[in-house]
Design a protein around this ligand. Structure first.
Ligand code: SAH
Length: 389
């Protein structure tokens, strides 16, 4: 096995448990290796730090798999996946949940989402992609799904020199899968939906809107397949409008509304949420509750300024159209906009909108997406529930 030796002083982060080693942190690699191989990692003082898979094509050149002298093989992955699954059985609904959350489950770049009897897998780095077949076997053995589907049509794979692909890994089945979340039914399009088909990370925040949506007129911006909107309808809202720019998402949302018998309460429209928010303001239309769950406005540190403007704009507009005493549920999934900056943006939006705002609750991602303290990248979702006075 080749041996990667880190530059002086670069061992601390690894010892503290951050699983990434950047290209610039590596002093040298002794011995031969191919991209994707497992290598030993040593400090500049020749202290063994652990093992990870290497791909020098990627900025993140090594991802740590273990801090022990253990073989990386079928048994290793079995143990890791088993422990991820045991955790879900404790803290989540094992029927539908994120079964493996990559670095947070000590399985870097591996995502497994479970929707009823079906699993959707993403292997987002070369080193983990090599174990895809073994992982499929292990998932079959531990979780016993009816089928497994691969959604490796993710752009990040290109940074690893991997191709874009999707298809069956186990079985052949209808890729429109029905699942239930907090009592609400959804069809998840695991073949053509965004990412793995459904955003499981917001499950607990969707449940958290229950106390203030009864009888309310609700606007759900960036509604995707209608998850927040349908929760509002299910919890007794009187009138719900969901807006999403994707026609496909809007069609799925309308179908989900029918599935729940909520088609007379929840309507969906394909439009740009920025334009709609302005339109409602211009014509003085007001809502009791507005939900903002936009896509990541930035995926890099350099684009944070533009993202801040985007968040500011939608939060400002939303605050302007919420009735006095109404509620705003506002989220950001951009890792580069941290919790402090996010709350700052909201406060500044409130000042500009001339509204007084009270924080009801501050939330992050659901428990099946645990945050690894050593890796700040694993904390990405911020949700503030606010009352607009
Ligand atoms: N709230 C959703 C997840 C939203 S993901 C849920 O809980 O499932 C972000 C969504 O924003 C995507 O569906 C995407 O199609 C949509 N989107 C992106 N830009 C948009 C825009 N300018 N206006 C409206 N929707 C947009």
């Amino acid at each position: 096995m080749a041996k990667a030796v880190l530059a002086k002083g670069k061992e601390k982060r690894v010892e503290y448990g951050h699983p990434w080693i950047f290209r610039s942190d590596i002093e040298k690699v002794e011995g031969s290796f191919s991209p994707g191989d497992v290598v030993d990692v040593y400090s500049s003082k020749n202290k063994f730090l652990g093992r990870g898979y290497i791909n020098t094509k990627s900025q993140i050149s090594i991802r740590m798999l273990t801090y022990e002298h253990e073989e990386i093989n079928y048994e290793f992955f079995y143990k890791r996946i088993k422990s991820a699954w045991e955790y879900r059985k404790k803290v989540a609904d094992p029927m539908s949940c994120r079964a493996v959350f990559a670095e947070s489950d000590f399985l870097p770049a591996l995502i497994v989402d479970k929707f009823s009897g079906y699993l959707v897998v993403q292997t987002l780095a070369l080193g983990i992609d090599r174990y895809k077949e073994q992982i499929t076997d292990i998932l079959s053995d531990i979780i016993k799904p009816d089928g497994i589907y691969e959604r490796n049509d993710a752009a990040v794979r290109e940074l690893e020199g991997l191709d874009q692909r999707k298809g069956y890994l186990k079985g052949e089945f209808d890729t429109k899968v029905e699942m239930v979340e907090n009592g609400v039914k959804f069809i998840v399009d695991i073949e053509n939906g965004q990412k793995t088909g459904f955003f499981l990370d917001q499950k607990e925040t969707r449940a958290a809107i229950k106390p203030f949506v009864k009888g309310a007129k609700v606007l759900d911006c960036f509604s995707h397949t209608g998850s927040f909107a349908l929760h509002a309808g299910y919890f007794g809202a009187s009138d719900v409008l969901g807006i999403d720019i994707s026609e496909h998402a809007v069609e799925c949302a309308a179908q989900n509304a029918r599935l729940n018998g909520l088609e007379n309460i929840c309507r969906f429209e394909a439009a740009n949420a920025f334009d709609k928010l302005r339109e409602f303001y211009d014509r003085g239309e007001k809502f009791d509750v507005v939900i903002l769950d936009p896509p990541a406005f930035t995926k890099s540190r350099s684009a944070v300024e533009g993202a801040v403007r985007g968040y500011k704009e939608i939060n400002f507009r939303a605050m302007k159209i919420i009735k006095s005493g109404g509620f705003l549920v506002t989220c950001s999934c951009s890792h580069h906009v941290g919790p402090e900056l996010f709350m700052d943006i909201i406060y500044n939006s409130a000042i500009d909108a001339k509204r007084k705002v009270r924080q009801v609750e501050y939330r992050s991602q659901s428990k099946d997406h645990p945050i690894l303290l050593a890796s700040e990248e694993t904390e990405y979702l911020k949700c503030a529930i606010l009352q607009i006075v």
